[in-house]
Design a binder for this molecule. Sequence first.
Ligand code: G6P
Length: 369
Amino acid sequence: EMLEKGGYDHFMLKEIYEQSRSIRDCLRGRIYPEKGKVQLGGIKEYADKLKNVDRIIIVACGTSWHAGLVGEYLIEEYARVSVEVEYASEFRYRNPIISERDIVIAISQSGETADTMAALELAKEKGATIFGICNVVGASIPRITHAGVYTHAGPEIGVASTKAFTAQVTVLTLIGFYIAQLRGTLTKSKLIAYLTELDQIPELVEQTLKCNEEVKKIAAAFKDASNCLFLGRGSSFPVALEGALKLKEISYIHAEGYPAAEMKHGPIALIDAELPVVFIATKNSSYEKVISNIQEVKARGGRVLAIVTEGDTEVRNMADYSIEIPATDDAFVPLLATIPLQLLSYHIAVMRNCNVDQPRNLAKSVTVE
Ligand code: G6P
């Protein structure tokens, strides 16, 4: 088993470290930055459908649902198509409104999740075109879909999903740019610029992973917390949700993710010197807004950990702890900002003597409803 873990103490840590490679594998043969071109062989037959689609519905569970939420931001922003993201288990029992004009995309690492599968079957019955974004090749979901894009993250053993999540987000990014290319919502020069940056992401992931030792120190300061809040805005909101889920899953610390601006409608009541508040506060369009949210927490004596863009001193001075990630375009921040959060839950869980790879009561794939 030690051999399978490639020298790492846990599969989860190994899989966190594999992300530069897994994102590279996911991009391979799919982007041509110098031509400003995305090529997705698995769905190209449906190019016309994608060009004219009015609405995309994403169905998923757990971490895959969080990837879907990131996808919603990306696809709406770049391809200008309306996207709805649904919990598969809610969607399937709600007599949802679906027509032949819709494209329904299931996101599932295992390709076996019962609720996701059932939601997809329902959409198919109602005449929608159904796609899958799966990791396990030949699993049940890819077998029933009309088309799909594999994430190619390689086998994921740790129950808490890490590299599968970033690969799902990568595929959704590709789909966003692919539809943008089909619909002409981004100019050629914009596409060239985005794809050139996307091509650099595996390298930036590698750089981001260097924060490990620093994250470990912060984990030691946070390990005895009984609650934790994760806040972000825009596409960093689903990153906050995913950060909270990771912490809950493997360290059994109660954690919640919230859109930073919603904090004042509830979670702010919880803030005291005990409660760690993790902000995704990178330099992007909502930077100034997030800063005022951080000030609100500090004014109430909260303990703040901020994920910041390299070289940012403003937030660094304000926060109790901070972790830098390399600067990148807004579109790719989720891929980098997720990494320190994965490492944070990992180290906290190890320090609390939790079973990191097989947390209690959780299964890697939930094939019952
Ligand atoms: C379980 C796993 C999660 C996963 C979810 C959805 O709860 O523990 O890590 O995100 O199922 O699984 P899927 O295979 O459909 O992505």
